[in-house]
Design a protein around this ligand. Structure first.
Ligand SMILES: [Zn+2]
Length: 63
């Protein structure tokens, strides 16, 4: 398993986060496997990840 995210994948994850913030749901699919993308936030930490636990995941720290 590689957790390296390409620029293109990162771009799609960013769009998914923006979509979630705007609409409260994500219609974009994982750029790697086509599964659903899931957004979670814990305090100032945001996580956008694939529904497949072995697939991509991006953790961001908010302000
Ligand atoms: Zn995936």
């Amino acid at each position: 398993m590689t957790n390296q995210i390409t620029v293109n994948e990162y771009d799609i994850l960013n769009k998914a986060v923006a979509e979630y913030i705007k609409n409260g749901q994500i219609t974009l699919k994982c750029p790697r496997c086509g599964d659903n993308l899931i957004y979670e936030s814990f305090g100032s930490v945001e996580i956008i990840h694939c529904a497949n636990p072995t697939c991509i995941k991006s953790v961001r720290r908010g302000i």
